[in-house]
Design a protein around this ligand. Structure first.
Ligand code: CS2
Length: 502
């Protein structure tokens, strides 16, 4: 038996506090993955229970048919399992009305994007899904979907192409534009996506560029909920809790946070019901989360993976590495301006507890993917801030060196692994041409569009990263972690202040 409705579920399983079929679709979501199911779809479920409205979701995968195949036969229903020290809680979510895959369901996807009832198009397509050039803020012409859509703007397959096409079609029909809500871990994500769409329009539908810049709303948001990829164990756990099979179940932590700029000219669900916070400027919250949570996540993923830790919770059991995680979060916090109402020390403590959650099987290898897309906002931007404030660069240099060691693509036992990074080939080539660590560091720091010039040309950073990478390569990651943790505890001055080195 497979989950397909709400009848007959055990009492311990919570179910929607509204009748899903009574609510129409108001949101098209691109990127129908685990994170969306654990975060925005769950928040929309709470909003629908709190306030009437046609805000159910048409979920779309741009490439993989998997999510639609899982959710379709279940009428969009799936189980969200929350895992915390208090135990596991299962909830069936009813906010997804339709699940599509662009390839086979193209006509339905285009119809949903142009429907006057669609008032929000939200996005979680991962950092690399946009085809954004960080150097220009416009499109990256080499990105496969961008290249395709620039050549064939009438048959789009990527985010920029689809949204510009849909906004143009709506305008021609006299339908107001939808609000574009980017929920990926990018700094000022609304602003970035606006720049992407305006540039794409300039090249393919110039009359739309000014319209998009001035008439379409792109509220920025900070989203937070640690959500591992679902595994066969997730599905088995859901089956044990529900008594029926659920191919779309997902598990997550109890914590959830959503900070949003309240700029939705055509309305929005009552996401406050799920604890969402509406603010005028989301940037300080985004910076806090990207630098403290995601920056530490990336560092612990590279170092932890190579030290043999499969899960984030295993990392937090490794005392020297856990000390470095804490050092990283504290150093990242020191780069931030004070934020009214937010206690960064308490946030630091909460993060270490969340990372240590033994009930969540969050793989270091999952977080380690797409390093070239994640490093700028997570590690490099706080490194620049630390330098300009005269703080120690050691925590950031350690994170950068760990990423470089990871980019070598081989464990200490000699096993190769896929980097799962869009620039994997370039990285491998830059590393393969030499055995000299300092040259590897120069090569990787010189990768076009990755390190800002201020960092690529910083001798202190180069020296520190080289020395740490040498230790990692020669002594192994576990020893490098112990050495780093020992040095940092012996020399607390290095934590807050930059050494007066040559
Ligand atoms: C993680 C994030 O995979 C990653 O890169 O750092 O997905 C992280 O779990 C979320 O941003 C938490 O909100």
């Amino acid at each position: 038996m497979r989950l397909a409705g709400l009848d007959g579920l055990p009492d311990a399983v919570s179910r929607p506090g509204y009748t899903p079929a009574d609510h129409g679709i108001g949101i098209v979501h691109l990127g129908l993955g685990a994170f969306h199911k654990a975060h925005q779809a769950a928040a929309t479920d709470a909003a629908l229970a709190a306030e009437d409205g046609n805000w159910r979701i048409c979920g779309v995968s741009l490439r993989s048919p998997e999510a639609a195949a899982q959710l379709g036969p279940q009428n969009g229903f799936y189980t969200l399992i929350e895992r915390s020290a208090e135990g596991s809680r299962a909830q069936v979510i009813g906010s997804i009305a339709q699940a599509l895959c662009l390839g086979p369901d193209r006509a339905e996807v285009l119809a949903a994007l142009t429907a006057p009832t669609t008032r929000i198009v939200s996005l979680t397509v991962t950092e690399k899904g946009y085809g954004l050039s960080r150097a220009t803020g416009g499109v990256d012409e080499a990105h496969p979907a961008i290249a395709h859509d620039l050549a064939a703007p009438e048959a789009p397959i990527g985010v920029a192409g689809l949204l510009v096409w849909a906004l143009k079609a709506r305008r021609a029909e006299g339908t107001p534009p939808f609000t574009v809500l980017c929920s990926d871990n990018l700094p000022e994500n609304g602003h970035l996506v606006r720049g992407l769409l305006v540039d794409f329009a300039r090249r393919t539908a110039p009359e739309m560029a000014e319209f998009i810049a001035s008439e379409v709303a792109f509220p920025s948001t900070m989203v937070d909920r640690i959500t591992p990829a679902a595994t066969p164990e997730t599905l088995a756990a859901a089956e044990a809790m529900l008594g029926v099979r659920d191919e779309a179940a997902v598990e997550t932590e109890a914590f959830t946070q959503w900070v949003i700029e309240d700029h939705f000219p055509t309305g929005r669900p009552a996401w406050e019901a799920a604890g969402a916070m509406f603010v005028a400027d989301v940037k300080p919250y985004e910076e806090m989360k990207l630098r403290m949570l995601n920056g530490a996540h990336s560092m612990l993923a590279y170092a932890g993976f190579l030290a043999g830790h499969r899960h984030v919770s295993d990392v937090m059991q490794d005392a020297p590495l856990a000390a470095l995680v804490r050092r990283h979060i504290v150093a990242a916090a020191a780069t931030l301006p004070p934020l009214a109402g937010v206690d960064l020390a308490a946030y630091t403590e909460a993060l270490t507890v969340r990372f240590a959650n033994p009930h969540l099987r969050h793989q270091t290898y999952q977080i380690a993917m797409d390093g070239t897309e994640k490093l700028p906002q997570r590690i490099l931007s706080p490194t620049e801030a630390a330098i300009s404030k005269g703080h120690s660069i050691e925590p950031f240099a350690f994170a950068i060196a760990a990423w470089m060691r990871y980019a070598m693509g081989k464990t200490e036992a000699g096993e190769t692994y896929a980097l799962r990074d869009p620039r994997e080939d370039e990285l491998r080539q830059l590393i393969a041409v030499t055995d000299d660590t300092a040259t590897i560091v120069s090569n990787l720091m010189g990768l076009p569009g990755l390190f800002p010039t201020s960092l690529a040309a910083c001798p202190d950073l180069h020296r520190s990263v080289t020395s740490k990478l040498e230790t990692m390569c020669q002594n192994g990651m576990a020893n490098a972690i112990s050495i780093e943790a020992r040095e940092s505890s012996r020399d607390p001055g290095r934590r807050g202040q930059r050494r007066e080195s040559a």
